[in-house]
Structures are given as structure tokens and as C-alpha cells.
Ligand binder design. Structure first.
Ligand SMILES: NC(=O)C1=CN([C@@H]2O[C@H](COP(=O)(O)OP(=O)(O)OC[C@H]3O[C@@H](n4cnc5c(N)ncnc54)[C@H](OP(=O)(O)O)[C@@H]3O)[C@@H](O)[C@H]2O)C=CC1
Ligand SMILES: O=C(O)C1=N[C@H](C(=O)O)C[C@H](O)C1
Length: 234
């Protein structure tokens, strides 16, 4: 993703690529080069250190790295409280189709008894469930809670641990990893006599670039923490 972002920024007439930082590189190189925005696609292990460093430096940040719990987001809000001019945008998925898939799933959530998420990724992915699936599950759980939905029907006794997937705020998430896949997600809703499947496929990593560039262009004019691309697409 890092290389793909560098190519996309480099190709954009209104943006300038001033530094590329890999593992082991000196992060200060970005500040020395005059970076106004840092884009982070690294790993859940190191993203918080990178983010804190950039906010301290007064550099706005666009984050695609997964692994953001509510506790992590609170820490970021704490750092930003001391840097009122700095913007941080964290998006679980920069694919515009994926953003719409999450919005459609949140909209459908209240109308169906059952919902499960099946996410599918390439086998080099380090984390499961995906950030997109976890975020979708939270949106669905919030919509169901707001609508006062009953718990989902499920009489299954799990004979083998994991058979029913992970429980993310009451929503089952199934993670598939297989060669040939890029990034895919289905949200399967069910009620008496009908199902609704909302599916998104990223077939190539270029799918994330329009969203990343949109975020890079806008993050400095949005101080504080922005989650997702939704508010930029309104
Ligand atoms: N929000 C979105 O739309 C998307 C999010 N993602 C997420 O982005 C993250 C990265 O994904 P992906 O590019 O596939 O993963 P990769 O493993 O291919 O890339 C991660 C890169 O980060 C580098 N890295 C590790 N530590 C540091 C560090 N301290 N400073 C700088 N670079 C470092 C790694 O270097 P090395 O190779 O030397 O270890 C590697 O090049 C994941 O969390 C993934 O889920 C991915 C796609 C889209
Ligand atoms: O690792 C990936 O590839 C992706 N990670 C993000 C996630 O965890 O949701 C976004 C997209 O699914 C690709």
C-alpha cells in the first residue's frame, strides 16, 4: 500500500511527494523534507508511535493501517487536544465502494433478524478480523441497538472453537484468507423468507487510491479526529 500511495501522490498534479519512509528509516526525514501530511500504511504494532510523532510535530496524518479500537482512538483524541490545528483521518477502508457498502449495511441493519459478515483477504494480511469488518460490525450493532432489535436467533452449539466466527459487538464475523484474493466483504442479512447480500470487492490496490488522495487533500482543513471518508463524500 505504501508504494501504491507514493505512486498516486507522485502522479497527482496538486500534490508533492517529499519523503518515503520504510521500516528502519529515520521518521524525522519526513519533517526535514517539509511534509505537511503523513500517510501511514504500516502495521497495527507501529502505527500509534508514528501517529504520535506526527501529531507532536504538527503534521496532519491520513491513516489506513488497521487495528484501531475505541481505546486507541481515545489516545489519538488526547494527543490532538494539545495540537488544535492538526488533523488526523483514520479510515478502515479507502475504497469508495467499500464506504458505500458500510453505509448500506448500517441502513439495512434494523430491518433484518440476522446478519453476519464474511470478509476475504490475501494470506499476507496480518490481522483478523479486518478493520473494515470490525467497523461494519460496530455500525450494524449501533443501528440495531438504536432500533431496539431483539438478539439474533441462533440455537447453534459450537462444537469446534471458531466455527461460528468472531463475535464483534454481537455480530458474527468470518475471516477467509486465500491466495488470489485482494480485499472482499459480504454482509449477509436474513429474515423470514428473504436474504439480502451486500458485497464489495477490491480487485486491485488502485481501488484505494482515490479515497487516499481525497483524504490527503482535505485532512489539513479538518482539525481533530475524523473517522472514515463518509464526511468527505457528503
Ligand atoms: N484503510 C484501507 O483502505 C486499507 C488498509 N490497509 C491496511 O494497511 C496496513 C498495511 O497493509 P499492507 O500495505 O498490505 O501491508 P504490508 O505488510 O505490505 O506493508 C506494511 C509496510 O509497513 C512497513 N513498516 C513496518 N514498520 C514500519 C515502521 N515502523 N515505519 C515505516 N514502515 C514500517 C513494512 O516494512 P517491512 O516490509 O520492512 O516489514 C511494510 O513495508 C494493514 O494494516 C492493512 O490492513 C490495507 C489496504 C487498504
Ligand atoms: O490488509 C488489507 O489488504 C486490507 N486491510 C483493510 C482492513 O483491514 O479492512 C482494508 C482492506 O480490507 C484491505
Amino acid at each position: 500500500m505504501g508504494l501504491e500511495v507514493c505512486k498516486a501522490v507522485d502522479a497527482a498534479d496538486d500534490l508533492e511527494l517529499v519523503a518515503m519512509i520504510d521500516q528502519g528509516d529515520w521518521l524525522n526525514g519526513a519533517a526535514d523534507a517539509g511534509a505537511q501530511v503523513l500517510v501511514d500504511f504500516t502495521t497495527p504494532d507501529v502505527v500509534m508511535d508514528n501517529l504520535q510523532w506526527a501529531v507532536d510535530q504538527g503534521i496532519s496524518v491520513v491513516v489506513g493501517t488497521s487495528g484501531f479500537s475505541e481505546q486507541r482512538l481515545e489516545r489519538v483524541r488526547g494527543w490532538l487536544a494539545h495540537k488544535p490545528g492538526v488533523g488526523v483521518l483514520i479510515a478502515p477502508n479507502f475504497g469508495l465502494g467499500a464506504v458505500l457498502m458500510m453505509q448500506f449495511a448500517a441502513r439495512a441493519a434494523r430491518y433484518f433478524e440476522s446478519v453476519e459478515i464474511i470478509e476475504q483477504h490475501h494470506p499476507r494480511k496480518l490481522d483478523a478480523p479486518s478493520g473494515t469488518a470490525a467497523h461494519t460490525a460496530r455500525l450494524i450493532a449501533a443501528a440495531r441497538a438504536e432500533a431496539g432489535c431483539e438478539p439474533m436467533p441462533d440455537a447453534t452449539k459450537e462444537e469446534q472453537a471458531g466455527a461460528r466466527g468472531a463475535d464483534v459487538e454481537g455480530v458474527r464475523v468470518h475471516s477467509v484468507r486465500a491466495s488470489g484474493l485482494v480485499a472482499h466483504q459480504e454482509v449477509l442479512f436474513g429474515s423470514a423468507g428473504e436474504t439480502l447480500t451486500i458485497r464489495h470487492d477490491s480487485l486491485d490496490r488502485v481501488s484505494f487510491m482515490p479515497g487516499v488522495l481525497l483524504a490527503v487533500r482535505n485532512v489539513r482543513s479538518r482539525p481533530g479526529l475524523t473517522i472514515g471518508l463518509d464526511s468527505l463524500l457528503d
